[in-house]
Design a protein around this ligand. Sequence first.
Ligand SMILES: [Zn+2]
Length: 107
Amino acid sequence: MKLQEYINFINPAVFKQAKTFIRSEDFMSLKGFGLGDYYEASINYEDNAITSEVVIDENDEVQKYSCDCRGNNTLCIHIAAMLLGIEKMRQTGCSDYHEAVKKLDLD
Ligand SMILES: [Zn+2]
């Protein structure tokens, strides 16, 4: 399934929480690696730093995702927040989410 389809598929309650979460300090970083198909986020979860990962291929297809929170591999708010962030990163061509946000604010 493509990135945009995943975003459209997110449960509305989770989507709302994810939009708040991505703006919070608990969403510490989101970066893209390699050719931009591997994304890693550092997240503050119950006072621990955990890592979430998303892999997307060059055709925008989401290959896999994982998160160390108790949600395991269900689409938790952390992964939902990552998908929203990755969309902005791809729009701006930034490999760092917080750089992408700055760029969008300037436009
Ligand atoms: Zn999670």
